[in-house]
Structures are given as C-alpha cells and as structure tokens.
Design a protein around this ligand. Structure first.
Ligand SMILES: *Cc1c(COP(=O)(O)O)cnc(C)c1O
Length: 587
C-alpha cells in the first residue's frame, strides 16, 4: 500500500507548479498547538508533538502543505515543585525572534467589539531533500492593539473559556485570512487537527458570499483526537454572542441551529468531507459516541529522524539504506546483528543516566532493567498504578532488579494530576532504600527524547478507552524499545505478545464500545495492576536477565513490526490518499 512520495517521484506538473509558485499549497494544516522542537515551546503534549511530526514528514516527502497555529509567547509552563512535592508552574522564557521570522503581513479580526491586528511569524521546516514547508504562528501582541487583546496569544491552555473562544476564533478565522494575505489562493483542503480551528468554516462561508454548507464541507477534513465527550471544547451561544462580530454570529447560529451552543467536535463532524480518528479502536469508539459509521481511522505515528537515537540512526543507515525517506524499509531490521543493536541501545541508556546524574544526583545502574513512564499527568493515565501494592512491588523488584523513571506535567488546573505527581515523588523518597524510582522534572520534547531512547521498557497503563492513540510508545519502538501497556489506542495494533512487548489487562471486548465515552468502565480495571505485577515478575524480568538473546530479538521485532509502520511518513501517505486525495504520481 505504501507508495513512496520522494520529491523525485512527484509528478512533473505538480513539481513545476510548486517550483514556480511557492504559494501553491493545496493543503493547509491547522493545529492549536505545534511541537517542532524544544526551543519553540508552543505545545503541551501529544497533540502538538504529533502536529509537528506530521509537518516534518510532509516536508521530507515534499507534500505541498502549510501549517497554521498560534504563537504562545508565554509557552505552556516550566514545571517546578515546592517542598510538599506540589507542582508549581513557572512561565517559559523564550524569544520568538530567535527561532522564527516575523513577516510584514497583517490582517485584522473583530472580537468583543474591537478590531485586532493579527501578525504572523514563520518557521520553515526543511525536509530531508531540501523541500521547505512553512509553519505560520499567529500573534496579536502588537502596538496599537488593546492591552487585553495583545495577550490573546500568550498562553497555551491558560485563561478561561472566553479566552479560549477568542483564541480559536483567531486561529480559524484569522488563520484563513492570513493565508489569503500571504498569497495562498488555491487551497483545496483545510485539515483541522482536532476541532479547535473549526471556526475557519465561518470565514470560508464569508468568502463564499452566500450560505451553502456543502461548498464548505467540500474543503474541510477533520481529525478527532478525543475519545470522551468531556474532552471536546464547548461554547454556549451566549459566550459566542458576547465575543463574535455580527456576521460571524449570524453564520454560526445558522450552522448549528439545533443546539444551545457549539461543540467544536460537532462543528468539525458536520462540516467536513472526511473525518478520522487516530487509531482503529479510536475510530470505533468515535463512531459509537457520535452515532456515526463514517469515522475512518489513520493511526498516528512519529517522525523517524526526530525520535531515533543517533546510535540507532547510524545502524539503520548502515544496514537499511534509504530508511529515512522510506521507514517502511525498517521491516528489514531482523538483519541487523544483535550485538550492534545492544551496543547502540546501551549508549542511549548511558546518555539518559548521565543526565539523571546531573539533574537528580542519582547514579542508576546501566545493567539493571529500567522501566520508563512519562506523559501528561492526566488522571486517566494512572501514573501511580505501579504503586497500587507496594509490598508486592518490593518483592518483585527484590534487590534492585528493576529501576523506574517517571516524568510528566499536570495541567495547571488539574489537582488530580498534581496529586498523582506528588504521590510518585513522595514514593521515590520514602521507598528509596527498597525501590529505585527517579522523577525527572519538566517533561518536554528533549526529556521525552532521552527517555524513549534510553529506557529498556516503556510502561503505559491508561484507563481504556481513554487513550485515543498515544505516541510516546511509538518513539520507543523507533529505538527498538518494547512497550508494556494496556491494550488501548495504537498498542492494540502494534502489540504481539512476547514479540513486540507485553499487554497489561484483558483484551478489548466489543461490548466496551456500546457506551464508550461515558466514564463507566466495561472491564475490571482493578485487575490491571495485578496483571502488571504478574507479567513484570513472570515475563519481563526473567527475559531481561535470563534470555538476553530473546530480549534483543524482541528489540529487532519491535523495529521491524512497529517502527516500520507507526511513523508519520506512513501517516502522511495515508492522509494524502484518503483525506486530501492528492495524487502525487498522476499529476
Ligand atoms: C510524545 C510526547 C507526548 C505524547 O505522549 P503520549 O504517549 O501520547 O501520552 C507528550 N508530551 C511530550 C513532551 C512528548 O514528546
């Protein structure tokens, strides 16, 4: 199925069009957050990192796309902890002019009765073959704007619902206006990465000059990421009426005539020609939740060269030439000698441990099995599941047979998440004589990279079906690191027991779908901890220490079966053919 879209493979006329007119971009990709690299801190977690990875793969493959997002001058936050191990959020200090270029273009939007000048910064993503893909960051912090309006693009997930409503108006309506001001007149597909930019449909309608929903639908595709209704942004019409200008108000009332407010997901579902979830299971859950049958799936991936370690990259280059542009070739990973895999892995492990020595003052042992757990500290991700039965864990771990590394940020307003972090940090102190648990502060792309290259096993135990896809486990797979995870999201597709890793808890049941999305669970989640302990003791530890050959063979299978597929090159191919209908070869 995978066709190669190397730049050299692009059809002649398409290439000529692109070369003659840099503004020829049939696809515009809108995302509330984009994580391209650590020094551009305009992301909070998986959604943004995925957006960054997709844009990078599109650049590598020469897909004519432009990205649109907001510039958060205050970023997300820097994580610190007080003496009670309670998370404290510090502002991120960064200077956009060091990373991005401010363009002269300005457009305006009207919100709360005031006209706001919106400017734009650009980052050029240069693909592996030199193809540039622009990512536009909208900004309102300019002289002449009202002080309150200047702050509208400061905080990612800061502010209240009204602040967010204004941000989403700027992203959707302002984003499209800006693209036009930049000269993009031939966009066929507006891709909404989650519903946040859905108000761009209002601007499309305004451009059209009359009301025709079908004409809008033809131009929009929508990727949903949230498997629970509570996760979808929602604005009442009174909130909308107090912020929007009259024409936009009239249009949105017409577009959503039957509801007391606008769910951005609902907006996306109604006004898109194509909708997808981010894993097979997630599409099934979404269809059940929205009472639809048409939600397709394109399972997420990660950008190969962003997440592979330098050592593994060298190995792949040596044994699997061409894999960087065509990571499907990683199916050949079984031909890489085991000792080379192992040395490359140990080098990454040492690099991670050196960092931990620096930041935590703890010397970990590179010959000890090391489990990693790092992600947003949302309560459904159950970061503390491992600590369910501490006495049992002590017995399993014995004399330092396993060491654990944790990291993760909690949303500033999520006290439940902060309690989880507190519990883990306190346990790492109180248990330090029996179980080694390290917590690395300020989880971000750089720490994610060190961890997903340097641990031996990646642990993930969300309450299902809450994990739409998950991507950090794929970063591990890119480095030959096995997952040990609840069967949810991508892992249902990537899991082969004792071959690519291990499952935790029961296999998914059809029945779980029927009322999916409610908080109600359809399986006994209390058994997950039991299963985690059981498999850690019976399978993971014995394989690591007693069957090194099998262990490294599992690493190779993880690369061959999972890294070859769960990468954003494959994802972009799928979007191009299923969602964008771009035929690169035929043009
Ligand atoms: C990859 C990544 C995530 C997403 O991880 P999940 O497994 O999807 O939870 C979150 N935060 C950062 C910093 C990442 O790099």
């Amino acid at each position: 199925m995978i066709q190669r879209l190397h730049r050299s493979d692009l059809g002649n006329s398409l290439r000529t069009l692109m070369e003659n007119d840099p503004a020829f971009r049939p696809v515009a990709y809108f995302s509330m957050e984009v994580g391209l690299k650590e020094s551009i801190p305009t992301y909070s977690g998986g959604l943004g990192v995925l957006a960054g990875d997709i844009l990078k793969s599109a650049a590598d493959l020469g897909v004519p796309m432009a990205g649109v997002t907001l510039l958060y001058r205050k970023g997300y936050f820097v994580q610190e902890f007080n003496n009670e191990d309670w998370q404290i959020e510090k502002p991120v200090v960064w200077d956009p002019s060091k990373e991005l270029t401010l363009l002269p273009n300005k457009i305006s939007v009207t919100l709360r009765g005031r006209e706001i000048q919106v400017g734009v910064w650009v980052y050029e993503c240069i693909g592996a073959t030199g193809y540039p893909l622009p990512v536009y960051f909208l900004d309102t912090d300019f002289d002449g704007n009202h002080p309150d309006d200047r702050k509208l693009c400061w905080y990612l997930y800061g502010g209240d619902n009204h602040y967010r409503l204004c941000q989403e108006f700027i992203l959707g309506v302002g984003g499209l206006r800006m693209l036009r001001a930049l000269g993009y007149m031939n966009i066929d597909t507006f891709h909404l990465n989650e519903g946040h930019a859905g108000f761009l449909t209002l601007e499309l309608m305004r451009e059209l000059g009359y009301y025709d929903p079908d004409k809008i639908r033809e131009q929009v595709v929508f990727t949903t990421h949230t498997p629970v209704p509570a996760g979808h942004d929602y604005f009442t019409f009174s909130e909308i009426d107090s912020a929007f200008p009259d024409d936009a108000k009239a249009t949105i009332h017409k577009m959503i005539p039957d509801k007391p407010g606008v769910s951005m997901t609902d907006l996306g579902l109604r006004y898109s020609r194509y909708v997808n979830g981010v894993a097979k299971k997630h599409a099934e859950v979404s269809n059940a939740m929205f009472h639809m049958e048409t939600v397709d799936w394109i399972t997420n991936g990660v950008h190969p060269t962003t997440w592979v370690s330098s050592g593994m990259r060298k190995l792949y280059n040596k044994h699997i030439p061409g894999w960087e542009l065509d990571p499907g070739r990683l199916v050949q990973a079984l031909t890489i000698p085991k000792d080379e895999i192992w040395s490359a892995h140990q080098a990454s492990k040492l690099r991670l441990f050196a960092r931990i020595m620096e930041t935590n003052g703890i010397q970990l042992d590179p010959n000890v099995l090391t489990l990693g757990f790092a992600r947003r500290a949302a309560t459904y991700k159950r970061a503390d599941l491992l600590l369910t039965d501490i006495e049992r864990l002590k017995k399993i771990v014995g004399k330092n047979k396993v060491q654990f590394i944790f990291a993760g940020k909690s949303h500033p307003k999520d006290d439940g998440g902060k309690k989880l972090l507190q519990r883990i940090r306190q346990a790492s102190q109180t248990l330090k004589d029996s179980i080694t648990i390290v917590f690395i502060d300020n989880y971000n792309m750089e720490i994610a990279s060190l961890l997903t290259q340097g641990v031996d096993v990646w642990l993930n135990n969300p309450i299902r079906p809450r994990e739409a896809s998950g991507t950090s486990g794929m970063k591990c797979a890119m480095n030959g690191i096995m997952n040990f995870s609840v069967l949810d999201g991508w892992w249902i597709e990537g899991w082969i027991e004792d071959v690519t890793g291990w499952s935790i808890g029961p296999e998914p049941q059809e029945a779980e779908l029927s009322t999916a999305g409610s908080q109600q669970q359809h399986y006994d989640e209390s058994k997950d901890a039991d299963d985690l302990y059981d498999k850690l003791e019976r399978k993971v530890i014995p394989t690591y220490y007693n069957d090194h050959d099998k262990w490294v063979d599992m690493m190779r299978h993880t690369i061959a079966l999972d890294a070859s597929f769960f990468n954003t090159h494959r994802v972009v191919h799928e979007y191009a053919s299923k969602a964008y209908s771009i035929d690169f070869r035929g043009m």
